[in-house]
Design a protein around this ligand. Structure first.
Ligand code: ZN
Length: 384
C-alpha cells in the first residue's frame, strides 16, 4: 500500500513540481532528461521534485522491455498513474444535466444523466450534488467542474449570465461546493471543451489554437501561447452572430444573415423544412437529404459550410492558430459541406497566411461533461 507521507494535495507542492506533473500528464511518458530539458531544470532538482509524487504513487516508472530498474541501469521514463485521483465534470443543459467521473487522464469511467426539475438555482445546485454523489461510489472526487453555456470562467465563482437558465450573477460554484464538500469550479462549456482538446485531445502539443463548435449554437474557444483565453469577465470567442451576408436568413435575435442563422442546427433545420415544406424533418433527416443530392437541402448545407468557413477564416486571421479544431453536436455535417467550407475558408483567409490546418473531432454528448472534468483537473493542479 502506498504511503502518502509527503503528499496530500497538489496545492502543497511548489509551482515547479506541479509544472513537472502537468508536463508528464499531458506529454508523458517522458524520460527524466526530457522533462528536465523541457522545463529547464537540473537533474538533481528534478529528482527532488518528483520524489514525493513517486512516493505517493502519482508518478511511476514506465518499464521498457524486460527487467526492472536496478542500480547502474538507466532509469525508466516517468508517467502519471491516472487511476490515483478522480474528478467529476457536470454539463448543465436547459432540461437535463450530464455528469461523468474521470480519472487523471480524463478517461470517462462512469456517467449519469439526471433531469432538471426547474431552473431555480437551489434546485439545480441540489441536482448537481446528487449527480456527484451518484458518481462517488469509489470515493469522493478530488474536484468538481461545472460547465454550462453562458458567461462563466474558472477564476470566478459566479455565473455572470446564462440566458438559457434565465440566470444572472448566480454564485453556483459556492453553492455546489457546499453541497458536495469538494473544491468546485465553473467554466463556460465551450472553453471547458477547449481545455480538454488542449490537454487530452486533438490539440495536445499546440500552443496556439482555436476550437469552433457547431450544434444548437456556434461557439469558439481560444488557446494563445498555452493559455486558455477567458477575456474580461469570462467573455471571449463570441462568434455566433458574426455577420456573413445581410441578405441571408434571420437568426432568433433578428440579425439578417449572421453566422448562427446559417450554421446553427435549429437554423439549418428551419431553412430545410421551409424550403421543402416538410415540418417533420429532423436535423439528421435534412443532412441525409443533402447528402443524397436534394437540391434545396444541398444548397442550404453548402451555405452553412461556406458561412462556417468564413467564421473559421476570421478566427484564424485574428489569432494565427497552429490548428483549428472543429467539433460539437452537429460537426458530422462537415462530411456533407466540406468542399463549400474549404473553398470559403481559402477565400477568406488572409492572403499572406499559410492555409489553415483543420482537425475535425468527432463528438459525443459526454464530451461537454468531460470538458468540465478537465477544468476540475486543471484547477486541482493549479494550471491555467
Ligand atoms: Zn444573429
Amino acid at each position: 500500500m502506498t504511503v502518502f507521507s509527503e503528499f496530500s494535495e497538489f496545492s502543497d507542492l511548489s509551482p515547479t513540481a506541479r509544472a513537472v506533473f502537468a508536463e508528464l500528464l499531458v506529454h508523458g511518458p517522458l524520460s527524466r532528461a526530457e522533462v528536465a530539458r523541457r522545463l529547464d531544470l537540473s537533474p538533481s532538482v528534478l529528482t527532488k521534485l518528483t520524489r514525493p509524487l513517486l512516493d505517493a504513487g502519482l508518478l511511476c516508472e514506465e518499464p521498457q522491455g524486460g527487467g526492472g530498474a536496478a542500480p547502474g541501469r538507466p532509469s525508466f521514463p516517468l508517467r502519471v498513474d491516472h487511476s490515483r485521483r478522480s474528478y467529476v465534470g457536470v454539463k448543465i443543459t436547459a432540461d437535463e444535466l450530464f455528469a461523468v467521473r474521470t480519472d487523471l487522464g480524463a478517461t470517462v469511467r462512469e456517467q449519469v444523466g439526471l433531469s432538471l426539475l426547474g431552473h431555480e438555482v437551489s434546485q439545480v445546485a441540489d441536482r448537481v450534488g446528487q449527480a456527484v454523489e451518484l458518481l462517488s461510489g469509489s470515493g469522493a472526487p478530488a474536484a468538481v467542474g461545472v460547465g454550462l453555456a453562458g458567461t462563466a470562467a474558472r477564476d470566478d465563482r459566479v455565473v455572470r449570465r446564462s440566458p438559457f437558465l434565465g440566470w444572472r450573477d448566480v454564485p453556483l460554484a459556492d453553492l455546489v461546493e457546499r453541497a458536495v464538500g469538494v473544491p468546485t469550479v465553473l467554466e463556460n462549456d465551450v472553453r471547458a471543451l477547449t481545455a480538454a482538446e488542449h490537454w487530452f485531445g486533438a490539440a495536445v502539443g499546440r500552443r496556439t489554437f482555436a476550437l469552433v463548435t457547431v450544434g444548437e449554437g456556434l461557439g469558439c474557444g481560444l488557446v494563445v501561447h498555452d493559455r486558455l483565453v477567458s477575456g474580461k469577465d469570462g467573455v471571449s470567442g463570441l462568434i455566433g452572430h458574426l455577420p456573413i451576408d445581410d441578405r441571408g436568413p434571420l437568426c432568433e435575435l433578428g440579425h439578417r444573415g449572421c453566422a448562427r442563422a446559417y450554421v446553427a442546427a435549429p437554423s439549418v433545420r428551419r431553412s430545410v423544412r421551409a424550403a421543402l415544406d416538410r415540418p417533420e424533418l429532423s436535423f439528421d433527416d435534412c443532412l441525409r437529404l443533402a447528402g443524397a443530392g436534394d437540391p434545396a437541402a444541398r444548397r442550404i448545407f453548402d451555405e452553412a459550410g461556406a458561412a462556417l468557413g468564413r467564421v473559421v477564416a476570421t478566427v484564424a486571421n485574428l489569432i494565427g492558430p497552429e490548428v483549428v479544431v472543429l467539433s460539437g453536436e452537429t460537426v458530422h455535417m462537415y462530411d456533407v459541406c466540406a468542399s463549400a467550407f474549404a473553398e470559403s475558408l481559402a477565400a477568406h483567409t488572409h492572403w499572406t497566411s499559410e492555409p489553415v490546418a483543420i482537425r475535425v473531432q468527432p463528438f459525443a454528448f459526454t464530451e461537454w461533461a468531460r470538458g468540465a472534468a478537465v477544468i476540475a483537473i486543471r484547477h486541482d493542479l493549479g494550471a491555467g
